[in-house]
Design a protein around this ligand. Structure first.
Ligand SMILES: CC(C)(COP(=O)(O)OP(=O)(O)OC[C@H]1O[C@@H](n2cnc3c(N)ncnc32)[C@H](O)[C@@H]1OP(=O)(O)O)[C@@H](O)C(=O)NCCC(=O)NCCS
Length: 169
């Protein structure tokens, strides 16, 4: 079972019981403004079910649990995406509106990056981000990724940020 630890967070596999807490994130219109629309509770339940199906492969978004309170405040993890070539491992993240701009996505994304390189043995990781989503672009940069290319993907322009595994990793 995958579980990663950072100073303030535990990243753990989600269960169906996490749906209400994650709905507070993915169901929020402001948080989801760069997506076609916010999620319904049923869509969050499906979202969690998809991650659970991916966990045996080592991929899947993990729940972000605040060590201090035990509260689930978002998700972050590796997700296989087919963009314009062979599948690539994306680091995705969503953080509750009340907890944004505290460095939590960056903290989680760095742990997932290291996990992807060391445990999954990936040669590179990406993050797919709408150009207007400046906070997400900033997280990618703080995670060491740089802008690699721009693609039209799922109906919108997306920046593809990328980082190759260092030879020492
Ligand atoms: C993107 C997201 C995960 C970032 O989470 P977070 O925990 O707030 O991220 P961090 O605090 O680690 O870093 C945010 C950075 O963006 C910066 N930022 C925030 N709003 C910004 C804006 N409008 N313009 C430029 N930079 C901005 C912050 O200042 C911070 O950078 P800094 O540390 O250099 O000051 C969060 O905003 C979110 O959940 N957004 C909605 C879902 C989403 O878009 N996910 C990504 C899909 S690609």
């Amino acid at each position: 079972m995958v579980s990663l630890e950072t100073p303030r967070l535990i990243l753990r596999e989600m269960t169906p019981h996490d749906a209400p807490a994650l709905y507070a994130v993915l169901g929020d219109e402001e948080t989801m403004r760069w997506y076609p629309r916010s999620f319904t509770l049923a869509e969050v339940e499906e979202w969690i079910a998809r991650q659970i199906a991916d966990y045996p492969s080592g991929a899947g978004l993990l729940g972000l649990v605040l060590r201090e309170t035990g509260q689930l405040i978002g998700d972050c993890g590796p997700v296989w995406q087919t963009v314009d070539g062979p599948p690539e491992l994306e680091i995705g993240y969503h953080v509750h509106r009340d907890r944004q701009n505290q460095g939590l996505a960056t903290e989680a994304a760095r742990a997932v990056r290291d996990y992807a390189f060391t445990t999954l043995g990936c040669g590179h990781v990406i993050s797919l981000i709408r150009p207007e989503n400046l906070s997400s672009r900033r997280v990618a940069e703080k995670n060491g990724l740089t802008l690699n290319r721009t693609v039209f993907w799922r109906g919108f322009d997306h920046c593809v940020y990328s980082l190759a595994k260092a030879s020492s990793q």
